[in-house]
Design a binder for this molecule. Sequence first.
Ligand code: HEC
Length: 106
Amino acid sequence: MQSLVQIVGVLTVCLTATFNASAQATPEPSELQVQVWAAACMACHGTNGKAEGAGRPLAGQPADTLIKILNFARTGLYTGLIMPQIAKGYSEDELKRIATYFSQIK
Ligand code: HEC
């Protein structure tokens, strides 16, 4: 029969492996992943971010400006009916990637 020490030893190794795995940095999102995030914005900001009429276009806006607005929306400095809720659903890094994506659309 295995000793308790051996069992605890095996458990410790397993747990350590699990913690190490979850402590790893999140992998870089793929280009497709960023496009999928951006697609969610297009429902309101137009196909490829080219809103027409009363809509607010995102395409071709400076990335810095978009990043600032989105982070303000995320932290409550930018008040709006919709964007604060949406921006809170993304990390700062994700918003930066989405903003950069739209800024590069001509
Ligand atoms: C459900 C509709 C909707 C979706 C989805 C949406 N937005 Fe918005 N967005 C708005 C509205 C409405 C405003 C005006 C401010 C407000 O009322 O929140 C706005 C404002 C903005 C602004 C400020 C633009 C300006 O000229 O003032 C930015 C930047 C922005 N949105 C980016 C995004 C990004 C990036 C996404 C996707 C992650 C997104 N939005 C998704 C509706 C939406």
